[in-house]
Ligand binder design. Structure first.
Ligand SMILES: Nc1ncnc2c1ncn2[C@@H]1O[C@H](COP(=O)(O)OP(=O)(O)O)[C@@H](O)[C@H]1O
Ligand SMILES: [Mg+2]
Length: 212
């Protein structure tokens, strides 16, 4: 039975869009759904998210960044995810442990085996039943978020640290996600995020529906 579903992939791959559509669908089917995200799924997490995303040109070491994400997760799992699952709700989460492996591991070079242990500690062993990996080229994702930011703040500077990171980094993250999907094909469903919003939603629905 599928209870805890995570959405993974690069910026602009459509995670938030697909999470929202699935939540709407499940709600209309009478399911109790909790939508949440990392970082920033708790009040403490929102403070951590602000530190991470607004650090601007401050240099954050990979280890500092890692521990901030893990601190966010530790709080988030205990305050939001576990109680919701315990109450029989379906939890949809925008990014989770796979993002730590992809960004801090494959992207920033932190040892993957150590990351797996730290992920286990931060998540208290709570693991997704099902993960959608929305895969597209970093260029496509970035062009989508650039368009989104233009609408929100015309002519504004793009402040998000990840979105200013170099090309090679995003390529490593993408292939990291793909490797994670290959290594855990039962849990991780790989989706071509270049397809239309409606197509992707239909496929996600078709996977989730029989698994409920
Ligand atoms: N499959 C898609 N095709 C075209 N545009 C998309 C698609 N999915 C999302 N978008 C648009 O791209 C932007 C980023 O989507 P979003 O869901 O916020 O991505 P993420 O949460 O992965 O960063 C939004 O403006 C959204 O409307
Ligand atoms: Mg998003």
């Amino acid at each position: 039975m599928v209870r805890f579903i995570t959405f993974e992939g690069g910026d602009g791959s459509g995670k938030s869009t697909q999470l929202r559509l699935l939540a709407e669908y499940l709600s209309t089917r009478g399911r109790q759904v909790v939508c949440t995200r990392e970082p920033g799924g708790t009040n403490l997490g929102k403070m951590i998210r602000r530190v991470l995303l607004e650090a601007g040109d401050e240099k954050i070491s990979p280890e500092t960044e890692l521990f901030l994400y893990l601190a966010d997760r530790a709080q988030h799992v205990r305050e939001v995810v576990t109680p919701a699952l315990g109450a029989g709700k379906i939890v949809l989460c925008d990014r989770f442990t796979d993002s730590t492996l992809a960004y801090q591991g494959y992207g920033r070079g932190v040892d993957l085996r150590i990351l797996e242990q730290l992920n286990r500690m931060a998540s208290g062993g709570v693991a997704p039943d099902l993960t959608f990996l929305l895969d597209c080229s970093p260029e496509l994702g970035l062009s989508r978020t650039a368009a989104r930011m233009e609408t929100q703040k015309p002519g504004g500077r793009r402040e998000d640290r990840f979105e200013r990171k170099e090309h090679a980094f995003h390529d490593r993250v993408r292939s990291g996600f793909l490797e994670l999907a290959r290594n855990d094909a039962k849990r991780v469903r790989l989706l071509d995020a270049a397809r239309s919003i409606a197509d992707l939603h239909a496929e996600i629905r078709a996977i989730v529906e029989p698994a409920l």
